[in-house]
Write a protein that binds this ligand. Structure first.
Ligand code: GRF
Length: 205
């Protein structure tokens, strides 16, 4: 298996998946080799099929517990030969065993400047907090909720009228730029967790 192989896990709309397909898939040796979802009706799966990418579904109620499901997902990922697991709106917590199995090879995009506003509804949290600037983070996934080392961040100003729809649109547009850029740097071997400080990421220019 050659090139840099990515598996994406997604639960919903899949606009970040689409950005990765449009900007990276089939270019510079990067291939999206699979899209997995916990939701059989996820639009993300339609987007994958439209791009000719293999899909797999891992519904919650087909497994005894999360750990069992994550073993099945992990086996599928390993069989695909993936170099990287990219979460793109995957709305399930991953088991500690899954994180350990793919440590340093799982990334996520989050709609805030972490460590501010982790968890659900980060955009609502930012509006509630009254900040003037929020943004987007791409980070490695560790055992916590949005606590892993940050790879890249970009600011997004909160509109002066604090309109949620406008802010969402600006954040998503920024995600669609930043996530593929960060994955491209990872694929090029330019991103590593600092050996002396596991909370820090070193990015080669
Ligand atoms: C994005 O806002 C992402 O930051 C968050 O979930 C949302 C997924 O959107 N983790 P989409 O499914 O990629 O459109």
């Amino acid at each position: 298996m050659s090139g840099f192989r990515i598996v994406i896990l997604a639960s919903g709309n899949g606009s970040n998946l689409q950005a990765i397909l449009d900007r990276l898939h089939g270019r510079e040796g990067i291939e999206v080799v699979g899209v997995g979802s916990d939701k059989p009706a996820a639009r993300a799966l339609e987007r994958a099929r439209a791009a000719g990418v293999e899909t797999a579904i891992f519904p919650h109620d087909e497994y005894a517990d999360r750990a069992a499901r994550d073993v099945a997902i992990g086996d599928w990922i390993e069989a695909s030969g993936a170099d990287l697991v990219a979460l793109a709106g995957y709305m399930q917590l991953l088991s500690a065993e899954f994180v350990a199995r793919f440590r340093g090879r799982i990334v996520n995009v989050h709609p805030a400047l972490l460590p501010s506003f982790p968890g659900l509804d980060a955009i609502g949290q930012a509006l509630e907090a009254g900040v003037a600037v929020t943004g987007v983070s791409v980070h490695f996934v560790d055992e916590g909720v949005d606590t892993g080392p940050v790879i890249a961040q970009r600011q997004v100003p909160v509109p002066t009228d604090r309109d949620r729809a406008k802010l969402e649109q600006a954040i998503h547009a920024t995600e669609h730029e930043l996530y593929p850029e960060a994955i491209r740097m990872i694929a090029a071997g330019k991103v590593r967790i600092d050996a002396s400080d596991p909370h820090a990421v070193v990015v080669d220019e």
